[in-house]
Design a protein around this ligand. Sequence first.
Ligand code: SF4
Length: 347
Amino acid sequence: MPVLKSDKLGLLIDTGGCPNRCAHCSVKGKPTRQMSYQEMRWIVQQFRELRADDRPFFSEIDVGLSFMEPDFRDDYRVLWDLQCELGDVEHKHGGLLSIWRIARDDTYLTWVKEKGGTLCQVTLFGAGETHDRFTRPGAFADSIEAMKRLLEADFAIQWFLVFTKAIIPDLDELLHIAEDLGLKERSERFICLGIVEPVGRGWNLEHLRPSSADLDLLPEFLRDRDKAGYGERTEAECTRLALDGKVSPGKYETLWLHIDASFNVFPQFGEVQTWYRLGNLRSDGPERIIEAYISDQTPGQHARFVMGAKALAQRYGNLESDLLYTPGSLFHRWIVQHCTSREPRRC
Ligand code: SF4
């Protein structure tokens, strides 16, 4: 059972979706219904009014109004102010900014700076057409324009290169682009090479998952795991760890709930699929949703906390495979395999 270790709650609300279509998106990235301010206030109020032994059930509520790409909605400044008003936790604008907006809105970065932002992560699936194929037409051109604007505005840039088999032929070109932009001079650690989690739409990229043999194809600069920031092991090694009882279901100090535009509520395990759906805030109310979380009522939680990694490894593990995973992402894949053996995926 995911024991509630604190009485802190985080609410991540999908207020308008995302203009992108990233192939690894855990939340199906697409524009959704624009939620009204009144609806956002109502959601937070539901959890504020929840009580136990005549005291508030949650002592602190953190609110995020950008479940998907931040600042995509045209009223992003109002949403920021509303997020500060509704939540108890003070935010600085973090490393995730809207690349789409940076490339279009001349006043956006000045505003981000006023809100404390100094860094921007740029996620790339490859160069040019490769990146667009995994996102949307024109996305790579937006990223280049955004990076020029970020550098002019003196922001630090961190590249997140999505490590699939498809990016390998483009890596030399990407490193040249980084050199032309002067990113390496600004920071030795400007690149993080990350392997897609088999979460959400990322599941559909499993056929592109790199193996340990693909590491030999990386440019010299990225072979240094420390510099490039990846620590994955082979599926065989991760399976062995799980069989030895060394893969835990994770610690969750704060309960984060994801709420979609139709008021469906999901816990913080990275999937907004029905096997993790705790209920609908409109029809079930917050008590039943929290109860569903605490008692592992969803099939996904049952697999994660009741069955556990060892039992799933016995069923789905592969001691021959050299595909690269973290133990946690492989555990997640087994949970999806287990849940989809009963119910099909939706994306
Ligand atoms: S990963 Fe982020 S930017 Fe990409 S589609 Fe999903 S929410 Fe949008």
